[in-house]
Write a protein that binds this ligand. Structure first.
Ligand code: RP5
Length: 255
């Protein structure tokens, strides 16, 4: 992690504590200094919320309500509370249980961050507009059982923005720039997002030949200039991922 970069929300998970999600009740207020589980906070009364959709037994992507049934899945690095529930690795969020998140503990996603440089020398990123929060986002989604992160990335680019595997051939470079916690407004004390971010850079001709079309959870798409103003409008920890992409471009001698 590069500590000098701005937009590191996941360090204090600001959005996980303060951003109102449409379907969530108001969170119990957690001030910055009370986030860590290591700090005593006897008044802490997180709001218990799990969406009816998550609790519906026919929802195939959700864990059973009884966490004991899936506890063996957790790696030894995941802390459990006294009742055996997994604890968010950053700390308190003001909501316990799962919210709209299907799995107890970490929920794995993959993101496809695509950049190009236009003839005017501006760095552009391919962004979607999310249907749930209305924010810009890098296209991405949840890893299906048995799926590799790169396969998820490819599937999500196809589902959300109609890019084919052929469109993704021959990037100037492509590599993973981040794996870990995402400061997602749906996170709770017991369920949270972790993601793998693939950065692929294309020359302008290849990018112009892509014919993106918004679909699935995306209501729109755009090639957005990577200005600080635009970066700050992105969903979850995506602003930080975009800073990492700018660093990655520099590392590759581009920009
Ligand atoms: C974010 O949520 C991830 O970085 C990824 O972009 C996204 C996955 O959730 P859905 O888009 O499937 O709702 O935390």
């Amino acid at each position: 992690m590069n500590k000098d970069l701005p937009f590191q929300n996941h360090i204090h998970h600001l959005k996980s504590r303060t951003q109102k999600h449409a379907s969530y009740p108001d969170r119990f207020w957690v001030p910055d200094e009370m986030v860590s589980w290591d700090i005593d906070f006897p008044e802490y009364r997180p709001v218990n919320y799990t969406s009816p959709k998550v609790l519906d037994p026919s929802t195939s992507w959700a864990d059973p309500a009884d966490v004991a049934k899936i506890r063996s899945r957790f790696s030894s690095t995941i802390k459990l509370n006294a009742s055996g529930f997994p604890l968010n690795p950053i700390g308190r969020t003001g909501i316990c249980s799962r919210g709209v998140i299907g799995k107890w503990g970490p929920n794995f996603a993959a993101d496809g961050l695509i950049t190009t440089i236009n003839p005017q020398g501006k760095i552009l990123v391919l962004a979607i507009t999310r249907s749930d929060t209305g924010e810009y986002a890098i296209p991405g989604g949840m890893v299906d059982p048995g799926e590799s992160p790169i396969a998820t990335r490819n599937r999500e680019l196809e589902e959300e923005i109609s890019l084919s595997v052929d469109d993704l051939k021959n990037p100037v470079f492509e590599n993973i720039i981040y794996t870990g916690y995402g400061d997602d407004p749906r996170n709770t004390d017991n369920a949270w997002m972790e993601t793998t971010v693939f950065h692929s850079h294309f020359n302008f001709e290849a990018a112009s030949n892509m014919k993106p079309k918004a679909g699935d959870d995306a209501v729109d798409f755009s090639w957005l200039e990577l200005s600080n103003g635009n970066i700050s409008k992105f969903f979850s920890s995506h602003p930080y991922f975009l800073m990492l992409a700018l660093e990655n471009l520099k590392k590759h001698g581009i920009s």
